[in-house]
Design a protein around this ligand. Structure first.
Ligand code: BG6
Length: 478
């Protein structure tokens, strides 16, 4: 379904995120017929460039980062006609009047701040001051949304001086992933799971976001953040919220966000014995983390594993184990809901111990699998085996799964539609920092050095111990 015609201004239009995600994503939506012909995309940045130069950059980005299987070359010229560029000085007056002249009255207006947070205030002030934004305009902001509670509050206050909460779209691209939304469909669209979705039946929950990439060219940013700020405070906590939250009354922005906020507020402070920090070590000729960030003494973590508790009626006593890291064995993001043992085994000890596990795979091979126990086929007597009830989207949906929009595409279209359901509210972001700040402060106070781990492993051994101590086991990263 096409969205309304829009003018989308991308500040930082020549930057990495725009080239990798935003522009190729918009092109996919254009090819998918969702971006109407009247839509306009205006890149804005400090670089001196004209429309032709920007179009060339956009075309190159699409070639490099776009959909290789469906390149849609024939549609590229028509898309580029809708793209233009304005040189704008975020901290001065240059270019703002010209940018304003490119915007059309009566069209949905969205301003994407694909720039560092230190510029949010300057941009917001000038958008209002030069009359580019009005009370219907939308602003889209990216993480990092602050680096602690204090800075996040300051950013929220800065934005709130110029825009209402209904106009602010804080992106956490994990919320735009197909399976993440499917998680809500599975939980709240079926009778089967919700009655079991509590401490009485769930033994524990594991959330793993494992990456094979290192810090790449982002060492400068990453070394000041680490895995806790870069991944746990946002992506992993959002996944935890969706798993743990109560059913919202409606699939509407504030219904959903109110429930997520309650989960964050119900999180107990994490006991420092229940957190493992890691840093990938050098291995022969392969450089380690410290080399990648060019700081031989860096104590920033590229891996975190932790155990936490949501202290409320539903989850009392059920631990949530979270882990994420770079340069691990495989790229896998998975949420696993591990159910308790059946109360009594009528088949005797020899039949083996089996547990139902609902696995929600975000990537790769997006899909949902339920491990169920059946009798091992054949004459061997009553032996039990686990088999998966598998709903891999590519199998279930056939070739159409190729057309499923990726996270950024979907979220940008939601901005144009004015739907905030999959965006973080200011109070949620603040509550998440309020939970992670003491963890980070504790590391600093205890002068903690992250544990080294091998590139291509599952993280430091201590993270395995975190589970073993509780008589549990991480699922394999593969
Ligand atoms: C980003 C982090 O938010 O998410 C990166 O800053 C990380 O460090 C990325 O690599 C992971 O996203 P995805 O979609 O590839 O799992």
């Amino acid at each position: 379904i096409p969205v309304d015609p829009f003018d989308l201004v991308i500040f930082g239009g020549t930057g990495d995120l725009a080239r990798r995600k935003i522009l190729p994503g918009l092109f996919r939506r254009f090819c998918g017929g969702q971006m109407p012909p009247e839509a306009r995309i205006i890149g804005a940045a400090r670089s001196d460039m004209d429309d032709a130069g920007f179009r060339q950059m956009v075309a190159e980005s699409i070639h490099e980062f776009g959909d290789k299987r469906h390149p849609h070359e024939d549609q590229l010229p028509a898309f580029l006609e809708r793209v233009s560029y304005e040189t704008v000085d975020a901290t001065g007056d240059g270019g703002w009047t010209a940018l304003k002249a490119r915007l059309r009255p009566g069209t949905v207006r969205a301003f994407y701040f694909s720039v560092g947070p230190s510029l949010f205030g300057d941009l917001a002030e000038r958008l209002r001051g030069f009359g580019l934004a009005d009370d219907d305009s939308r602003v889209v902001v990216e993480k990092p949304f602050g680096h602690d509670l204090k800075s996040a509050r300051a950013l929220n206050a800065t934005l709130a001086r110029h825009f209402s909460e209904q106009q602010i779209y804080r992106i956490d691209h994990y919320l735009g992933k197909e399976t993440v939304q499917n998680l809500m469909a599975v939980r709240f669209g079926n009778m089967l799971f919700e009655p079991l979705w509590n401490a009485q039946y769930v033994d524990h929950i594991q959330i793993t976001v494992a990456e094979t990439v290192g810090v790449g060219g982002r060492g400068g940013y990453y070394d000041k953040s680490g895995a806790m700020r870069d991944m746990v405070q946002n992506h992993l906590m959002q996944l935890l919220c969706l798993i743990a939250m109560e059913p919202p009354a409606r699939f509407e922005p504030d219904s959903v966000r109110d429930e997520k906020l309650k989960v964050i507020r119900a999180l107990d402070p994490v006991d420092w014995h229940h957190i493992v920090r890691g840093q990938y070590a050098p291995d022969g000729d392969t450089p380690g983390y410290r080399h990648d960030v060019e700081d031989p003494r860096s104590r920033t973590e590229s891996f975190v594993a932790l155990k936490c508790h949501v202290s409320n009626w539903r989850w009392a006593g059920t631990p949530f184990y979270l882990r994420t890291g770079k340069k691990l064995r495989a790229r896998t993001s998975e949420i696993a809901v591990v159910f308790k043992d059946a109360p009594h085994s009528i088949f005797g000890a020899d039949a083996g111990r089996h547990r139902n596990v609902l696995s929600i795979r975000l990537q790769p091979n997006e899909g949902i699998t339920l491990g169920v126990t059946i009798k091992e086929p054949g004459p061997g007597g009553m032996r039990l085996v686990d088999v998966p009830l598998d709903m891999t989207f590519a199998d279930a949906l056939g070739p159409d799964v190729e057309d499923v929009p990726d996270a950024y595409e979907r979220l940008i279209m939601d901005v144009i539609r004015g739907n905030q359901t999959l965006f973080m509210r200011g109070d949620e972001v603040e509550a998440a920092w309020a939970w992670t700040d003491p963890i980070i402060e504790g590391w600093i106070a205890r002068n903690e050095v992250p544990k080294p781990y091998d590139v291509g492993s599952s993280g430091p051994d201590d993270s395995l111990m975190l589970m073993h101590k509780d008589g549990r086991k991480w699922r394999e990263i593969r």
